[in-house]
Design a binder for this molecule. Structure first.
Ligand code: ASP
Ligand code: MG
Length: 480
């Protein structure tokens, strides 16, 4: 088998129950007949949330509640296992492995309940149990189909820094470990099934890569092993031109660039963990998004350059859990460091700023933050500018939560003049009021703020304006 390696990641819904896991096993087994495959799996859907809940209950001193959650998770995994693996001996073997992991989780929760303290390290240890449970089940299901498979905990492979809850890989060491542990398996025709979401520090302390981090695990391993491609199997057909719940005529985009996909991820299109593409950017490894529930569909291919669709605009995205903060008043012209102080303050409170806009009259600065950061940010700003407000240099600091950010994304917008004009014309025709606008100098995204109630209309109008619903060939034909 000289074909390049494929890393395949399966998200929580793709391994959500026995039937789903059986489907995954089939996909992996079929692919592995053609080429070497490494599978990476998430926890069964909902499990990570339940584990985190158990950890929090334990930290609140309610050990019994935490153990009740474990009892329910045990049942769930046992039920799935019972219908996945028919061979008694084999099933007992996997069951024993799961039992050990459950015991470990219970001990962690008991300890947490006793101390009434949940350290980031303990939280990582508890929240990572879901992947450690799902990987042996998936490996077992693959063996059930007659292929050879072995589950591998990523603590043996992915070496990270010690930022618990959001660790990053140390690639050189990760490469060494992954080669040493996985290559021999591949050479023997064994399909490794690796736990997503997890890594370990140099000292062997378990870390997690952040919620939704299994995507990142897959690209980290793809880069470490020099894979030909990474396939993220999920429950949607790929990256869509817009959220189909808001824009029914949205469709799957066949090919999109790293940058476009990142812009979409940044603005809330939750297809990919935001760091996913960092890991493969240097090597330029293509990443596919495909639907494990409809494997016959081709999905979206994410490549370094993408493919132009002629029009420049590729996709729209929107986020509504955001708030717009405005600092204003004619007096701020006389306060030269307003901008500096504003963003030092947002940095101090670790607010992530999604969009910034300032008028040249300097009458106001407005910027958007995620809703959960809003109160903390405004409180800090009121404190920072208390003196200026008292002396009427700053007239107001206001926050509006009834807003949404819509982003128009497309790498080739740069070379397509008039995108902004067409966007705002379309919005004007629909009577959508634009509250603020920002465009990065990279010109791969124009974002604007609208009232939340106008978000759907804004998306629909823009989607129609750029012909995003029409297949590529058709829209080209129309243009020529
Ligand atoms: N299970 C983890 C989570 O729910 C990681 C993942 O699914 O990617 O966040
Ligand atoms: Mg996910």
């Amino acid at each position: 088998m000289n074909k390049p390696l494929q890393v395949m990641k399966f998200g929580g819904t793709s391994v959500g129950d026995a039937a789903c896991i059986a489907r995954v096993a089939q996909i992996v087994r079929d692919a592995a007949r053609e080429r070497p495959v490494v599978a990476v799996v998430s926890a069964m859907s909902g499990v990570t949330n339940r584990l985190i809940e158990a950890a929090n209950r334990a930290a609140a001193g309610d050990g019994d509640q935490a153990l009740a959650i474990f009892a329910a998770l045990r049942e769930q995994h046992k039920t799935a296992l019972a219908s996945l693996i028919r061979d008694d001996a084999k099933r007992a073997q996997v069951a024993a492995r799961l039992e050990k992991i459950f015991d470990e989780g219970e001990r962690l929760c008991k300890g947490t309940a006793m101390l009434k303290e949940l350290t980031p390290r303990a939280l990582d240890a508890i929240s990572s149990l879901g992947e450690r449970l799902s990987a042996p089940m998936v490996a077992g299901a693959i063996e059930e189909l007659g292929a050879r498979s072995e589950s591998v905990e990523a603590t043996e492979l992915i070496v990270t820094d010690s930022s618990h809850g959001g660790a990053d890989p140390l690639m050189d060491r990760t490469r060494e470990r992954s080669e040493a542990r996985l290559r021999p398996l591949l050479e023997q025709g064994v399909i490794p099934v690796v736990t997503g979401f997890i890594g370990a520090t140099k000292g062997g302390i378990l870390t997690t890569l952040g919620r939704g981090g299994s995507d990142y695990s897959a690209t980290i391993l793809g880069a470490a092993l020099g894979a030909g491609e990474v396939i993220i199997w999920t429950d949607v057909d790929g990256v869509m031109t817009a959220d189909p719940r808001l824009v029914p005529e949205a469709r799957t985009i066949p090919e999109i660039s790293y940058r476009e996909a990142s812009e979409l991820a940044y603005f809330g299109a939750k297809v990919l963990h935001p760091k996913t593409l960092h890991a493969v950017a240097q090597a330029g490894i293509p990443v596919w998004i495909r639907n494990s529930f409809a494997p016959e569909r081709t999905g979206t291919k994410i490549t370094p350059k993408g493919r132009s669709n002629g029009g420049g605009v590729k996709a729209l995205t929107a986020i509504r859990d955001v708030a717009l903060i405005t600092i204003g008043g004619p007096g701020i012209v006389g306060v030269p460091d307003v901008v500096g102080r504003t963003f030092s303050t947002t940095a101090e409170v670790h607010a992530s700023v999604l969009l910034i806009s300032q008028s040249s009259s300097q009458n106001d600065i407005c910027f958007a933050v995620t809703a959960s950061d809003a109160k903390r940010t405004v409180d800090a700003l009121r404190k920072e500018f208390a003196h200026d407000v008292a002396h009427e240099k700053v007239e107001h600091i206001t926050v509006d939560s009834n807003i949404a950010i819509v982003a128009v994304v497309g790498e080739n917008m740069r070379g397509a003049p008039g995108v902004a004009g067409r966007t705002f014309n379309a919005l004007g025709r629909e009577g959508v009021n634009i509250i603020a606008i920002a465009q990065g100098s990279s010109e791969s995204n124009i974002s604007f703020v609208v009232f939340e109630k106008d978000m759907k209309a804004a998306l629909t109008a823009t989607h129609r304006e750029f012909g995003l619903a029409a297949p590529v060939e058709e829209s080209k034909a129309k243009g020529s």
